[in-house]
Ligand binder design. Structure first.
Ligand code: NAD
Length: 252
């Protein structure tokens, strides 16, 4: 059994985590921390980490960067691993996270979907094999409320390709303003916005007379919560260090 302390327990993701843990025979939430201490599950919710009385094996954090310091303090004092899923950490906080991982185990990923991270892993492998003869393009689709483009995940995919191929990749976001043939080192990154699409990422390897397409579609935000609970179980009893989704995937 993995006993979880959940930061951001009353948030959108916190509630999904609680639901997933309830159905998992090997994981349970023992306590939560949130500004909103309204109780909805079979565990207490405190307004700060210092009030927590329950003993946990792992922390899951889907809250806000303002809680980051107290999470690190708690993880160090209790010597327990933490799975940090909150996004928008400052540069200083990311540096602190790396420094703290020398003392306590920390899992950190801006995208907790196992499927997206597997997609990135497969894209790395395909890029290595196909780089000489195939053009690589990325298409991402999201709902009409999303303000940023391209998505952070599309950029993470492009970075994974760029790290793998032997040439210096050039990211191309727009082709309408230039009239020239596609260069060999280009990675086209295209964004589509509409309706309620939760998130879709396709990577197209276009060669001579053949096309390979690797694609991930998220139907709900549950995929991130499911990945976080998997990561929490993976992190139980781990030693100090910085862990990522790639470690979880290679352990499967
Ligand atoms: N890594 C991933 O795959 C992934 C996926 C989805 C969301 N996220 C991130 O997770 C975070 C939470 O997302 P959400 O959609 O659940 O947000 P949310 O706003 O619904 O929930 C955040 C919760 O944290 C609580 N909170 C905020 N500041 C606090 C503080 N100082 N002390 C105590 N509690 C505090 C809020 O009361 C709220 O209940 C965001 O940073 C989001 O970007 C990451």
């Amino acid at each position: 059994m993995t006993n979880i302390l959940l930061f951001g327990a009353n948030g959108h993701m916190g509630k999904v985590i609680a639901r997933i843990a309830e159905a998992d025979p090997n994981a349970q939430i023992v306590a939560g921390v949130d500004l909103n201490t309204d109780n909805y599950g079979g565990f207490p919710i405190y307004s700060s980490a210092s009030e927590v009385k329950e003993k946990a094996d792992v922390i899951i954090d889907f809250s806000h960067p303002s809680l980051f310091d107290s999470i690190m303090e708690y993880a160090e004092a209790e010597n327990i691993p933490s799975v940090i899923c909150t996004t928008g950490l400052s540069k200083e906080q990311v540096s602190k996270l790396k420094y703290m991982s020398e003392k306590v185990p920390i899992f950190f990923s801006a995208n907790m979907s196992l499927g997206v991270n597997l997609l990135i892993d497969l894209v790395r492998r395909a890029s290595k094999i196909l780089e000489d003869n195939f053009n690589i393009e990325i298409i991402e689709k999201h709902h009409n409320q999303k303000v940023d483009a391209p998505s952070g995940t599309a950029l993470a995919i492009a970075d994974a390709i760029s790290d793998t191929v032997s040439y210096e990749a050039e990211y191309i976001y727009d082709r309408h303003s230039v009239r020239r043939k596609r260069g060999k080192s280009e990675i086209g990154i295209h964004s589509l916005r509409g309706g309620t699409i939760v998130g879709e990422h396709s990577v197209i390897f276009a060669g001579t007379d053949e096309v390979i397409e690797l694609k991930h579609t998220a139907a709900s935000k549950e995929v991130f919560a499911a990945g976080a609970v998997k990561a929490a179980k993976f992190m139980k009893d781990k030693g100090a260090g910085l862990y990522a989704m790639s470690d979880l995937i290679s352990a499967v």
